[in-house]
Every structure is written in C-alpha cells, then in structure tokens.
Design a protein around this ligand. Structure first.
Ligand SMILES: N[C@@H](CCC(=O)N[C@@H](CS)C(=O)NCC(=O)O)C(=O)O
Length: 254
C-alpha cells in the first residue's frame, strides 16, 4: 500500500482526528506540517481548499476530516463506524462534535495563548521547514491578526465558545451517565475519536499526537480552564479514551 501524504497544521485538533484514524486503521501516511497562513498554499496545491487536514492518496485528495475517517473505515471495514444503528449514531455524533465543539475549543484556547508568541511559534515548529519557521516568526504579529479576525478571537467570542463547549461536555456527561464505556454503547467508534480529538485543546491529554506544552507552563487562567473541563465525566472520558485507545492499532483483518 502506498504511503499517503497528510498536510496539517501540527497542533490542529481536526488534524489529530485524521491522524488518529489513519494510525488506528494502519493506513501508512507521512505528515507534512505547516504553519498558519502558509499552509493554504500547500493545501491548494494538493487539490484541497484552505483548511487542513488534507490527505493526498493515489485515488484522489480528501480535504475534510470526515472524508478521511470514511476512507479509513473502508480500508478496515467498519472499524470506525460499525454498522446499522451504531453507524447512524456515530455519524450523527461526529457531525455534532465537528460543528458544535471543534470551533469552540479552538477559539477558547487561542484566546488564552495567542498573546504568547514564543509558545505559539514553538507549538507549530516541529517538522516544519526552517524557512517556514522563520517566516512565521517574522510575520507573527500580522498572521496572529489575521487569525484573530478570521476566527473572531476576542474576549466575548471566547466567553461564548466556553459556554458552547461546556454545553457539549454536559451532553456527553449525561449520555455516559448510564455507565456505558463508549458514546454509542459498548464499542469504540468515530464518535469517541472525534469527541476526544476535538475536546483535546481544553483537556491536554498526555497521549495527544502532537507535542503540547506541559499544563504547568501555561498561564493560570488556561490552567484553571483545563482543570475545570477535565473535572467532569466527559473530561474523564477524554483522558481515558486517549490513555486506552490512542495507541491502539487494529490487527489486519480485525
Ligand atoms: N470541516 C473541516 C474543518 C477543519 C478545520 O477547521 N481546520 C482548521 C484547523 S483546526 C484550519 O484549517 N484552519 C485554517 C484555515 O481554515 O485556513 C474538517 O473536518 O476537516
């Protein structure tokens, strides 16, 4: 099987969603991380739009994380969605987290970290070419301005995103209150993978597939935010899913 190219912004949680699925389903890939703004020249050149992840395969380009999960599910039949009612629920939950959680955990965390240039530059640096790193470093203030504008990252936006993310966490906590181990019942699906990946910015699980700064190095307000999100059944689920499932690779034929 050929090795696919995965174009990313390394720390991105939608990229983590794709990385996790590819690794779990043993789809060979090589990650090509970029820095914000410059990334879009690479996604477009590969046939995608502006956003990451973009997976380039011998049978075409997949420019959305859900399309990448579906490709993985086809490679290892039903590995991520199962079938029947499980499949229907997994798809619905995935879409719910994609729409209602991902944009909000991202905005909340960016609000807390974007003032810290070195932290952000270091976060995107691993695996990126020297010239791109330099461009990000030199253009940081302008790129940050565009990110703030594009994602409406300000105090009021962060407050709305916090409420929205907490609402999703409450939904998830209620859903698992019957003691189920996974969101659709007794097996891991794309719903669990998507929830854990897109919640990760406010949980900072140690097994995240990209190097994250230690909790203790972050500012006090973000540390207390992370502790608050971790300290809920949904937050505990994210930590457990990362601990137990992030390293799992399905056996061929499983
Ligand atoms: N629906 C897309 C959303 C992906 C997304 O929001 N990606 C962000 C990174 S977390 C991105 O590419 N932002 C930069 C941009 O849009 O230019 C997916 O699931 O792949």
């Amino acid at each position: 099987m050929p090795t696919y190219r995965l174009i990313t912004l390394g720390p991105s949680h939608y990229c983590e969603k794709a990385r996790w699925a590819l690794a779990r389903c043993r789809v060979p890939f090589r990650e090509e991380p970029h820095v914000p703004l410059i990334h879009s020249a690479h996604t477009r050149k590969a046939g995608g739009r502006r956003s990451v992840p973009v997976l380039v395969t011998d049978s075409g380009t997949f420019a959305d994380s859900t399309d990448i999960l579906e490709l993985c599910d086809r490679q290892v039949s039903g590995a991520l969605y199962g079938s029947g009612e499980t499949r229907r629920q997994a798809r619905d939950l995935e879409e719910y987290f994609d729409e209602k959680l991902g944009p909000h955990t991202r905005r909340l965390v960016y609000f807390h970290v974007l003032d810290e240039k070195q932290l952000v530059v270091d976060l995107f640096a691993p695996g990126v070419s020297r010239s791109e790193r330099t461009a990000f470093d030199l253009g940081f203030v302008a790129i940050r301005g565009l990110m703030r504008k594009g994602m409406k990252i300000d105090r009021a936006g962060a407050a709305r995103s916090r409420e929205q993310a907490l609402a999703v966490f409450r939904d998830v906590s209620a859903r698992i209150s019957d003691g189920r181990r996974y969101l659709t019942g007794d097996r891991f699906t794309a719903a669990d993978l998507t929830f854990a990946s897109l919640a990760a910015p406010v949980i900072l699980p140690p097994e995240y597939g990209w190097p994250l700064p230690p909790l203790s190095s972050l500012g006090a307000p973000l540390q207390s935010e992370v502790r608050h999100f971790r300290d809920s059944p949904a937050g505990e689920l994210v930590l457990r899913l990362y601990r137990e499932e992030r390293g799992q690779v399905l056996a061929i034929g499983e």
